[in-house]
Design a protein around this ligand. Sequence first.
Ligand code: ZN
Ligand code: ZN
Length: 129
Amino acid sequence: MNNLWQCHNCIDEHGKPGRDFEADKPVCPECKLDSTLPEYAQFGLIVKRETIHLDPPHKILKGKGSGKRACDGKPAQGAMFTGVAAIVNCPACLRTDAFRGLAETQGLEVTVVEKHDYVLDPTTMPTDS
Ligand SMILES: [Zn+2]
Ligand SMILES: [Zn+2]
């Protein structure tokens, strides 16, 4: 399974330090920095990132999370999760309506908007009979 890394020897698409990449080992595909080598590891330029899920706000309790991951509704136990939209990096959570709603209220510009723009309509599907 690939890990999530962030290379601080590179800049991201917004010009900010820290380029995200997925890889087995902390070797940046962009600048080729190999953080497994002691000569580079000492600088700590490639940091490991955990998958951070969205814990949507509780429907009734103010200022509390629901305790469930937005992507699959499973208890947030054991996984990293947050109520701060800007920190969420789980790709599935980023696609949820809960994330978009939260991002809006927190004034975050949502760049990851992906939603299926089609539905399978059973009434128009061919049948055998
Ligand atoms: Zn890099
Ligand atoms: Zn998630």
